[in-house]
Design a protein around this ligand. Structure first.
Ligand SMILES: NC(=O)C1=CN([C@@H]2O[C@H](COP(=O)(O)OP(=O)(O)OC[C@H]3O[C@@H](n4cnc5c(N)ncnc54)[C@H](O)[C@@H]3O)[C@@H](O)[C@H]2O)C=CC1
Ligand SMILES: O=C(O)C(=O)COP(=O)(O)O
Length: 332
């Protein structure tokens, strides 16, 4: 019997950074024929359809697109597994109608994104980026504006899911006071004070958005919300751009309604913060890079290997691992 053909769409760069050679070795150890994208180009549209000819499985990178017209033409594919959480650009309904099972990966991002959140908070409070830029430009004078320390400061976290919980743990280790707003969460950590939305906005030194995108959270950080924050408070968003009204945030940042913002997400093309915000002097912005770390990428890559094994061993169907994300998929 011919071995099962498995297409790995990751191009050379993605393979190196986001798939990992450990997972490739694990795939090569399976009784399959592995088809790899040996170029520096992404596979999408016609090139994806052509490369997938004769393949029963497609392991797709986070950038590969599987719209309706592609799904309908993947004639031999039975399993389309996304080596990522996000399913934007993947038409799951069209895939199902074509008899293709679609899987994504569980997150594994909590540590990476929570660490990034603390990095943004530390950077803002200590003026690290600004002082480093100033020093780099040759100005070695002591700063005229002193920074603020984490210990004793108050952080309010909106959303007590996997990332929110980890942010809370890190904040507590920094000896911060922590309050959390999440109407749907169970509060099982006595050190965390659940509060209402007004309170989580109005009292802390840092307000962090870590809730997922739903119709209820859409643009919840609007002009009213920023007006409730302290004038010396920092706003951090690592969740989704859609939770924030960027015009209102820009107005709050330029009018002194809040002190500054740390942003990893926004309304940009790939959910980055908009450049007009990133360029403000009281903003530290990263291009949606909080989760792009070696460890979670490896973890997800190994998950896709497990999915291929399940396919080989007839243990399908495998269900999408992250049902919460269904609500996110619709709003992305
Ligand atoms: N910046 C990045 O690179 C990454 C961002 N994310 C985003 O971070 C967010 C959180 O991710 P996870 O913690 O993994 O999700 P999760 O599903 O574990 O937690 C989300 C939490 O939001 C809460 N929530 C829902 N509606 C709410 C509301 N109206 N007010 C307050 N809280 C509400 C839920 O009860 C839940 O506890 C998601 O939007 C996700 O897309 C996830 C991974 C990477
Ligand atoms: O959910 C996010 O914001 C991420 O950056 C990670 O998502 P992905 O695994 O690339 O779909």
């Amino acid at each position: 019997m011919k071995p099962m053909r498995v297409l790995l769409t990751h191009n050379r760069d993605l393979l190196k950074h986001f798939y990992g050679y450990r997972a490739v070795d694990a795939l090569k150890a399976l009784p399959i024929e592995l088809v790899m994208n040996d170029s520096h180009e992404p596979l999408s549209g016609d090139t994806l359809v052509k490369a997938a000819e004769g393949c029963e499985v497609v392991i797709s990178d986070r950038l590969a697109a599987g719209p309706r017209e592609v799904m309908q033409r993947l004639k031999d594919v039975k399993l389309f597994t996304r080596c990522a959480v996000d399913m934007r650009n993947i038409d799951v309904d069209a895939a199902s109608a074509a008899g293709i099972l679609v899987c994504n990966c569980s997150s594994g991002y909590a540590d990476a994104v929570a660490e990034h959140t603390l990095a943004l908070m530390l950077d803002l409070a200590r003026n690290i980026t600004r002082d480093a830029e100033r020093y780099h430009a040759g100005d070695a004078s002591h700063p005229m504006v002193f920074g603020r320390q984490m210990a004793g400061a108050h952080v309010g976290v909106i959303g007590y899911g996997s990332i929110g919980r980890r942010i809370v743990e890190l904040a507590l280790a920094f000896k911060m006071k922590v309050t959390v707003y999440d109407p749907y969460a169970r509060f099982d950590n006595g050190a965390v004070v659940p509060v209402g939305l007004d309170e989580v906005l109005s009292q802390p030194d840092f307000v962090v958005c870590a809730a997922y995108a739903t119709p209820e959270t859409e643009r919840m950080m609007n002009a009213d919300a920023f007006a409730k924050m302290r004038r010396d408070a920092f706003f951090i968003n690592i969740s989704r751009g859609i939770l924030v009204d960027e015009d209102a945030l820009e107005a709050a940042l330029t009018s002194g309604t809040i002190a500054g913002a740390g942003l990893d997400v926004g309304d940009g093309r790939d959910q980055q913060p908009s450049l007009r915000l990133a360029r403000l002097p009281n903003v530290v912005a990263t291009p949606h890079s909080a989760a792009l770390m070696i460890e979670p990428s490896e973890f997800q890559a190994m998950e896709t290997v497990e999915q291929v094994k399940a396919m080989l061993e007839g243990r399908l169907p495998i269900h999408a691992k992250n049902p919460h994300r269904l609500s996110n998929w619709r709003s992305r």
